[in-house]
Structure formats: structure tokens, C-alpha cells
Design a protein around this ligand. Structure first.
Ligand SMILES: [Zn+2]
Length: 283
């Protein structure tokens, strides 16, 4: 086993959107949240966890990986949302021998998306920037380990986050977890397509991660300068609990948005709250 094991993050900034929603744009306009990926690097090799959504950011990500001088052996995708897997094609252009893997459930969802094209056409119409047009379906990861110079890199298939069938990566050696969209770090959480039951299941997933007592927690949607620690888990639980309480009272879209924005003044991407309100049928 090599001695060296490090974690580095690359963050694609907020990107402008032009959605068709029945609400006024929030201050600063409609935006997609910042999206971070994590590179686990050994002495010579590296594994990337997730990718970024737009073409320009995918190319910048490939440049960044190249600049580390490590050989990218593997890309692991935490869950089936376009912003996490759509950059794969650009990375494979640059690093053709890299393996792309995900859990069985994630592979199934991405294969379905490649057939339907539903998410890609929805978001391609909404993004001002160009999105990659090729959906690459990962291979199913055999077992629950990623290979990085003998280090223990554990993949945990779990349940609900802002998507069903999420997964995360656990590095016991660093007391670190890379959690995809299970936790959001100082960015508004996407409650799109959730109901009371799913929000409770999401909280259970967060508690499952908390039980590992991680000291480093890297969320995919994070303020680039936010500390990557276990507060991301606690704060996400608090956010979902508050939203769930409010939603159980059938609020108007305006009341729900105002409450969430006022309670979380530092969280980035107010647009997410409005998207959540629209998808939950608030008016
Ligand atoms: Zn996401």
C-alpha cells in the first residue's frame, strides 16, 4: 500500500438557467448550484467521485485532473442525476482508459435515462451553457471496494437522498466520506419530487452516515470555502426537518420560499428553493 492518500476538490461555479417557472426569478437570477467533485489520490493513481454538468466545466475538470499528474484509473458516480454523470464523456475523451463505475441501481437508472433522454432534454433546454450530449452508462461495480494502491475505499449503496438509490464513498483511513447529494454544505437542498416519507428516509440516510462518525464530509453541492466537516450532515438534517414541518402545513410558495431563505441566509442558490416549491405543487 502506498503511504500517500489525499482528497482534493474541484468546484464548478453556479451557472445561469432560463427555466419556465411561474415565479419571479430570485435575487441574482436563476442559477444551478455549484457542483464539487472529489479526487482521491494515491502516489501515482487517482479516483474521481462524480463529474460536473456543463461542457465548459467538464473540460476545466479534465484540465484540473491532468494538472495533478496522477493517472485517473476510475470515475465513480454516486447517483443518477445528470449533474453528477454528464461530464463522463468529456473525461473519457481525455482519459480513454479510465473505468467508469457505479452501483447496480445507479447503472440501471442511468441506462434508463440514456433510453428516455428525459432529464437531458429538460436541463439542456434550461441551461444557458451547453451541456454534454452523450450519456455514458457506467459499469456495475463488482463488490463494494474501489481500487487505489491498496487503500480501503469503500462504496456504500444506500437509499434516499435527493434521489432514490444513492451511494457514498467511505475512507476509514481518513475518517472521510464523500456523500454526493446526501448532504448539502451551505447550499439550498433540492427537495424536488420528495414527499413526507422520502424526506424522512433522507434523514435516515444522513443518520446512517453520521453513525460512521466521519470528520471529513464532502458534499457535491457545497460552498467552495465551507469547512468539509460533519456539520454538513447535522445542518442538512435540520434543513430537511424544517422544510418538512413547513410543508406539512400546506404553505403558499411565497411563504415557504420566504421562510427557507430567511432561515438560511448564507446558503447559496435560492433558485433551488423555488424549484422545490414548484415541483411540490405549491402556488
Ligand atoms: Zn446534484
Amino acid at each position: 500500500m502506498s503511504d500517500e492518500l489525499s482528497l482534493q476538490t474541484f468546484t464548478a461555479p453556479q451557472r445561469p438557467l432560463e427555466p419556465h417557472l411561474p415565479f419571479d426569478a430570485p435575487e441574482g437570477g436563476w442559477t444551478f448550484p455549484p457542483t464539487s467533485v472529489t479526487l482521491l489520490a494515491g502516489e501515482r493513481e487517482a479516483i474521481l467521485i462524480d463529474t460536473v454538468p456543463t461542457l465548459v466545466d467538464s473540460k476545466a475538470l479534465a484540465d484540473w485532473v491532468e494538472s495533478t499528474g496522477k493517472t485517473l484509473t476510475t470515475v465513480f458516480i454516486t447517483h443518477c442525476h445528470f449533474d453528477h454523470y454528464l461530464g463522463v464523456a468529456t473525461l473519457l475523451d481525455r482519459f480513454p482508459v479510465t473505468r467508469v463505475v457505479a452501483t447496480q441501481a445507479t447503472v440501471r437508472h442511468i441506462a434508463n435515462e440514456r433510453l428516455s433522454g428525459a432529464e437531458l432534454s429538460l436541463y439542456s433546454a434550461m441551461f444557458v451553457d451547453t451541456l454534454p450530449s452523450t450519456v455514458v452508462v457506467p459499469e456495475i461495480l463488482g463488490g463494494d471496494r474501489l481500487d487505489l494502491e491498496g487503500h480501503d475505499v469503500v462504496v456504500v449503496a444506500t437509499g434516499q437522498s435527493d434521489h432514490v438509490d444513492s451511494s457514498y464513498v467511505h475512507l476509514p483511513e481518513l475518517k472521510a466520506v464523500i456523500v454526493g447529494d446526501i448532504a448539502y454544505n451551505d447550499v439550498h437542498c433540492a427537495l424536488v419530487n420528495t414527499d413526507h416519507e422520502k424526506r424522512q428516509e433522507w434523514i435516515s440516510t444522513l443518520k446512517e452516515v453520521q453513525a460512521l462518525r466521519p470528520e471529513i464530509v464532502i458534499a457535491a453541492h457545497r460552498r467552495a470555502d465551507a469547512p468539509d466537516d460533519s456539520r454538513a450532515l447535522t445542518d442538512t438534517i435540520g434543513y430537511i426537518e424544517q422544510a418538512d414541518r413547513l410543508l406539512n402545513e400546506n404553505p403558499s410558495a411565497a411563504d415557504f420560499t420566504k421562510q427557507m431563505l430567511t432561515s438560511h441566509p448564507t446558503r447559496l442558490n435560492a433558485s433551488t428553493v423555488l424549484f422545490s416549491a414548484a415541483s411540490l405543487g405549491l402556488t
